[in-house]
Design a protein around this ligand. Structure first.
Ligand SMILES: Nc1ncnc2c1ncn2[C@@H]1O[C@H](COP(=O)(O)OP(=O)(O)O)[C@@H](O)[C@H]1O
Ligand SMILES: [Mg+2]
Length: 253
């Protein structure tokens, strides 16, 4: 059975795309077939971590949503991101969103059929025979986010130790509860190393009444990498990679 994992944060710049790429790669490495859809249509970015640029993106999620192609036509095999470290059977497919200003403007102007997006997810799962589908969402709440939450087996909510994130995340947690997401995990990202991680985890867990999968430190090597690569693949022995592997195990559990 496929597992759909949505990665969301109330605010941008929280680490959704980097976390999605790292978790998806860590899961795929173990011999699974993983798809990643960039539904952050207004500010796409996860393709960058897979070494993709606009010139390589012949077709994108936008083309599917406008009826110009099937969704599999916009899926790119990016298994090379595992750098040969994957078990047999490992595969990663990325469905990027377009960076063309006209495409983004059209979505903002006309919106798109969210039902079609859902059909696209189901078609990808079937056609690519996926074990996991990761959805890298747009920050905040909109129709697409609600759909992603509704169809998710696991919702991973990322937040920074910042009061704006705390308040915004409460709204999402409330909605996810009403939508009865089977499994909701929180993850705190960009915590300063001087913080007390255990008490931060306890504080977040008691605030939301949901488990915190991990508290990730603000990591200099991640900043240096600047989304040019997938951290866990570049630095497999780094403590942050081990922590991310722990989160991947919780998602898969
Ligand atoms: N734990 C971390 N330590 C340091 N930098 C991080 C960490 N997580 C994310 N970043 C950086 O934060 C920026 C935003 O991350 P991104 O994944 O694009 O966020 P989002 O998709 O939520 O907008 C990127 O420059 C990324 O490298
Ligand atoms: Mg992003």
């Amino acid at each position: 059975m496929v597992k759909v994992v949505s990665v969301h944060s109330f605010r941008g710049g929280t680490g959704k795309s980097n976390s999605t790429a790292n978790l998806a790669a860590t899961v795929a490495q173990q011999g699974y077939r993983v798809g990643i859809v960039d539904t952050d249509i207004q500010s796409p970015g996860i393709h960058v971590l897979f070494g993709f640029d606009e010139s390589q993106m012949n077709l994108s999620l936008n083309d599917y949503l406008w009826g110009r192609c099937s969704v599999e036509d916009a899926a790119y095999d990016v298994t090379h991101a595992l750098q040969g470290s994957g078990a047999s059977g490992s595969a990663i497919y990325l469905i990027p969103s377009s960076l063309k200003a006209g495409e983004i403007a059209r979505v903002l102007r006309e919106g798109y059929d969210v039902g079609l997006l859902n059909d696209g997810f189901q078609e990808l799962i079937q056609q690519l025979n996926l074990d996991y589908l990761f959805i890298d969402t747009h920050p905040g709440l909109n129709e697409e986010t609600l759909l992603s939450i509704t169809i998710s087996d696991v919702l991973l909510l990322i937040m920074r130790p910042d009061r704006q994130d705390f308040q915004g995340t409460a709204v999402t947690v409330d909605i996810a509860r009403r939508l009865e997401v089977p499994k909701m995990l929180l993850m705190v990202n960009k915590a300063l190393s001087s913080f007390d991680f255990d008490s931060l985890k306890a504080e977040v867990e008691s605030t939301y009444g949901a488990p915190v999968a991990a508290v990730l430190p603000l990591t200099e090597e991640m900043i240096q990498l600047g989304s040019s690569d997938i951290f866990c693949m570049r630095f497999p022995d780094h403590p942050l990679s081990k922590t991310i592997a722990g989160v991947a195990a919780l998602l898969m559990d």
